[in-house]
Design a protein around this ligand. Sequence first.
Ligand code: 13P
Length: 260
Amino acid sequence: MRRLFVAGNWKMNTTLASAQKLAGEVVVGVAGITELVDVAVCPPFPHLLPVSQSLANSRVMLGAQNAHFENAGAYTGEVSIDMLVDVGCRWVIIGHSERRQFFGETDSQINLKVLAAFQRNVDVIFCVGEALDDRNSGRTESVLSSQLKLGLANVRIEQLEKLVIAYEPVWAIGTGVTASPEQAEGTHRFIRDWLAARFDRVSADAIRIQYGGSVKPDNAKQLLSLPNVDGALVGGASLMSNQFLGIIHAAADLARLSGE
Ligand code: 13P
């Protein structure tokens, strides 16, 4: 079993005070569990530094929700990977469907961001996912293949240890609808086979593929127990510490079971 990885994408939520409080509650709630499961939180940019301080001396990792691919320069409103590293980020989410949908991020921009993060030794949660129309018309696999092919262009095999894929069906994000276990497992297996064909089987088998889209404490165990689901990228439920911790505890229970 791959080591499960639960990450919270806080999106454009929290105040400075609520971000610090939430991070503090996560730190307390995961005591002893980060031996078994990887945990990260991804706050909005202005809250990265204070949250990084709240996470000090814990194994909860810090991630950002986006970055620019250039290192510095006249890019008003953008944030570089180096800036993220400076405030303690180990991870960056790249290619989230909300960035693609609302901010027009293209596959080639996403690819430049992925490459820039690897170059600066930052780990990437690379998001892919199909819209409802795509799924209903049988285009899921072609959409995912294209996102993977373009987003991971020029990625070298030795960089894969810094890559996590998040499969987030757009129709499941924030809707309360999750992919069924069959849909999630089938799609994750498709992604893993695609990675095996593009790189090699051993590397593909080591890559963690998170599921994202309405993950809650009451569906986490079922989703995380699927053979090709290696964690969760959690939106809404990551904003309430009891819910986020419920998901992390579900992952830890599965890790314990698999270690027995
Ligand atoms: P929800 O968990 O709110 O559906 O969001 C999922 C997501 O987009 C995580 O990146």
